[in-house]
Design a binder for this molecule. Structure first.
Ligand code: AMP
Length: 287
């Protein structure tokens, strides 16, 4: 696996691969890789001939009081994992390489609507940072396809909307959430959890499952359901940031026409912000 740190070297390597007739698959990450990221790399390998991954902890998508400084950076271990997963090229740029003219006057890509509320509500500017860096990375790599995780469900919706609205010639593939055996969604931030918190954390997934079961059984009083979900999280010691049910198609409010729902949650456990979601197919029982 080739590792490059500059846009020039990245472009040269991708141009070579494309010249050999290869289809380019791309997986952007912030590193500290786990099995969730590796599933995306493997999917890219199934759909493309040449797999490019990026590792970049993007300052533009972190708020002033967030964990930019402490975000885990584990480049050497990540390289080994990427190589084993069949990645061909890793792009690991510095902040200066990505933002050579500084961040203050950087052109911003903003996706209205779908980026508002949920994580966009509690992390102002976060999705502007995400859509801007992903646009830049797409323009640098020029991939045929890019793979993202459903773990960040709203992010995936933002990227799909951006690609549609800006006519970007990239196919976006969404991959299911990879979980630990006890149901906790894998996340680079899980390393922040203390041993006790790690034992408690799966309650988030269990709560989503309980709500999903109730919906599948015909419950449609979402506000009562969500209130009970809030209570369960709080009783376990989590501090819910949000817990919502939306139409999975575009994150719009649920209507009588909705066929697939998504229950989305973010909750603090100590200092760690846990994020999770669950899809609920109601096409058989729609009322
Ligand atoms: P990150 O490094 O957290 O920015 O994530 C990079 C990509 O990996 C994003 O597309 C995430 O949605 C995806 N991802 C993170 N965790 C998981 C997981 N547990 N299962 C599937 N995809 C994931």
């Amino acid at each position: 696996m080739n590792v490059v740190k500059t846009v020039a070297d990245l472009r040269a390597a991708v141009t070579r691969a494309r010249g050999e007739g290869k289809r380019i698959g791309f997986v952007p990450t912030m590193g500290n890789l786990h099995a969730g990221h590796i599933a995306l790399i493997k999917k890219a390998g199934q759909r493309a001939d040449f797999v490019v991954a990026s590792i970049f902890v993007n300052p533009l998508q972190f708020g002033p009081n967030e964990d930019l400084a402490s975000y885990p950076r584990t480049l050497t271990a990540d390289q080994d994992k990427l190589f084993e997963a069949g990645c061909h090229l890793l792009f690991a740029p510095s902040v200066e390489e990505m933002y050579p003219h500084g961040q203050a006057l950087q052109t911003i890509v903003r996706v209205p609507g779908v980026s508002e509320g949920l994580c966009g509500g509690s992390r102002p500017g976060h999705f502007d940072g995400v859509s801007t860096v992903v646009s830049k990375l797409f323009n640098m790599v020029l991939p045929d396809l890019a793979v993202f995780g459903q773990k960040d469900f709203q992010q995936l919706a933002v990227i799909r909307t951006m690609v549609r609205d800006l006519n970007m010639p990239v196919q976006i593939i969404g991959e299911p959430i990879v979980r630990a055996e006890d149901g906790l969604a894998l996340s680079s931030r899980n390393g922040y959890l203390t041993t006790d918190e790690r034992t408690t954390a799966p309650v988030l997934h269990r709560t989503l499952q309980q709500l999903a079961d109730a919906i599948r059984n015909g419950e449609r009083d979402y506000s009562a359901l969500l209130a009970s979900g809030h209570q369960r999280l709080q009783a376990a010691g989590l501090r819910p940031d949000y817990l919502e049910v939306r139409d999975a198609l575009d994150l719009s409010p649920v209507t009588a026409d909705s066929r697939e729902l998504v229950i989305l949650a973010a909750a603090y456990l100590g200092k760690t912000r846990l994020l999770d979601n669950l899809l609920v197919d109601i096409s058989q029982k729609a009322s």
